[in-house]
Write a protein that binds this ligand. Structure first.
Ligand SMILES: [Zn+2]
Length: 531
């Protein structure tokens, strides 16, 4: 996603990670029957979870937010069984956001169902409120693990599952949700709209959006394999359709460069997400204020569309590998920019991204692969986004364009619809490039900071020298391009291979030097300090 800084202060509890449940259960499918109302914010959910036990246990838990301060879900009934029509009521306890369910009679490896009924006002996760036009809306906003505020689940990206949403809602609303549209049914005063995804997804990108929408096909050129729709508020129709039209260019580029589009559909939805944009699988939710009618959404759209491949399809195996999602989405926006507007335009973005990394490093001394974060929201930082992007940019320079793109495609193909770690990506890049990249991956992703260089040039006995001193604690190894400028107006590009804390480089030249430009082609994540 693209985050909005002012919203990072939002108080969300991340006390219960369900990592440990992944060793115990494997969820295969969620069937969520969601009832929403105009009269109040209480939701009623009937849910069927299909799962398997991975080991012999008497009970397991699903993440489901407990009632606290008037918000949260109150469980009304739990039943379970191997065959759907033989389900029986089973003992359960619901405390500290964990719904513990007895499973003592369920054999390991056997598929079984859990049927739940619960109700309450979601504290977050499903945002019920008004949009910027004062109209009532309901939007799923799950990242990172807020899905369990409105449906019971293993709220961790490593347990992927298929999902169906059956939404019963007042008639005036339209419903967008994850997966293929199934049907609509009329009920007295209400309507039921349903969707299903047959593709395994992490819970962070399974959503519904309920509002008074207008929809339109975006890609009229039919150049690609599927129709894309824009879903915008009825009051913002013209602006929304205009701003989102560029999504066609974006999708065409990524399909060409990465591989086939991974999901059943790709729709672009105006919403009340707390993020600038949220990459929900197959239906991206954009912050409602991003729609202006001034066609300013291109970079945001590129970022969220890139996530469909990286993050939604090939997902990080755990939160510390978030850069595999955000760093990729950030750099693939840069790559899209380069393809459409040229290398100079991409470099402008990279310089900005580098500045963000440098600034952030002054107050947060952690590596990109960070296991010591205080909360998951803290991981939405320039390390995951901009430094992750810069890592990919330097990797591209390290192995060359051909190996880089071949590695990207191989990595995606190998991990699509699955989960990957940083090590998995490294292995693919090493195999494809036939290079040992362990030091390269280590210094940029597992050490904090970046080269902080004190550079001095001097002239002794008629010879010019550059002395480069690394000021950060971990000594990095890298190539620094230096453009040597001469008094006659000419210049020469030199590449200095820096590997020591302090090194002197002799600059062989007969011409008189007038100055230096460091990293003129924007290839290195570094900063310079003055004497
Ligand atoms: Zn993102």
């Amino acid at each position: 996603m693209k985050h909005l800084t002012f919203l990072l202060a939002l108080s969300v509890s991340f006390a219960s990670f369900s990592q440990d449940q992944q060793e115990i259960i494997d969820v295969l499918d969620y069937n969520v029957f969601l009832n929403v109302y105009d009269e109040h914010d209480t939701i009623l959910v009937s849910e069927r979870v299909t799962l398997k036990l991975l080991q012999r246990v008497d009970s397991f838990y699903l993440d489901l937010h407990s009632v606290q301060g008037g918000k949260g879900m109150k469980v009304l009934s739990v039943s379970s069984g191997i065959v759907a029509d033989e389900e029986v009521t089973v003992p359960y306890t619901h405390r500290d956001d964990q719904l513990w369910i007895s499973c003592s009679t369920i054999p390991v490896g056997e598929k079984f169902h859990v049927e739940l009924l619960f109700s309450g006002i979601p504290e977050t996760g499903l945002i019920i409120g008004e949009n910027k036009f004062g109209k009532r809306t309901f939007f799923g906003d799950n990242w990172p693990n807020r899905a369990h505020h409105w449906f019971a689940c293993v709220d961790h990206p490593a347990d992927k599952a298929t999902v169906s949403f059956f939404v019963t809602h007042p008639k005036k609303y339209d419903v967008i949700a994850t997966g293929t549209y199934l049907s609509e049914g009329e009920l007295p005063g209400q309507r039921m709209s349903s969707y299903r995804s047959e593709i395994n997804l992490p819970t962070k990108v399974m959503v519904v959006g309920i509002a008074e929408f207008d929809t339109e096909i975006i890609n009229h050129d039919h150049s690609e394999l599927f129709e894309m729709h824009a879903w915008v508020y009825e009051d913002d129709v013209e602006n929304g359709f205009k701003d989102m039209a560029v999504a066609t260019d974006v999708v065409n580029y990524f399909v060409k460069e990465i591989g086939a589009y991974p999901f059943e559909k790709l729709d672009h939805v105006q919403s009340t997400t707390q993020f600038g944009g949220m990459e929900n699988a197959g239906n991206i939710f954009y912050d409602e204020s991003a729609v202006t009618g001034q066609e300013k959404m291109e970079a945001l759209i590129a970022h969220e569309v890139a996530h469909q491949w990286f993050g939604n399809s090939a997902s990080e195996a755990d939160w510390q590998h978030l850069w595999l999602s955000e760093g990729f989405a950030t750099y693939f926006t840069d790559l899209y920019w380069e393809n459409k507007y040229g290398t100079e335009a991409m470099n402008e973005r990279l310089v900005n991204e580098r500045n963000r990394v440098i600034l952030f490093s002054k107050r947060y001394d952690h590596p990109v692969v960070d296991t010591t974060y205080a909360s998951l929201m803290d991981l939405l930082n320039p390390n995951s986004y901009q430094k992750g992007a810069w890592f990919l940019h330097m990797l591209r320079n390290e192995v060359g364009d051909a190996a880089f793109w071949s590695g990207i495609r191989t990595y995606y193909e190998k991990f699509k619809y699955e989960n990957a770690t940083t090590k998995d990506f490294q292995q693919v890049m090493e195999e494809v490039s036939k290079k040992d990249l362990s030091m390269f991956f280590h210094q940029w992703l597992r050490e904090s900071l970046h080269p902080i260089l004190l550079i001095n040039n001097d002239r002794k006995c008629g010879k010019d020298f550059l002395e480069i001193e690394q000021q950060q604690s971990h000594v990095f190894e890298f190539d620094l391009e230096v453009e040597v400028l001469f008094k006659d107006g000419s210049s020469e590009l030199r590449t200095l291979h820096v590997s020591k804390q302090k090194e002197r480089f002799k600059l062989k030249t007969k011409k008189k030097i007038s100055g230096f430009k460091y990293d003129p082609n924007v290839k290195l994540l570094f900063e310079m300090v003055e004497y």
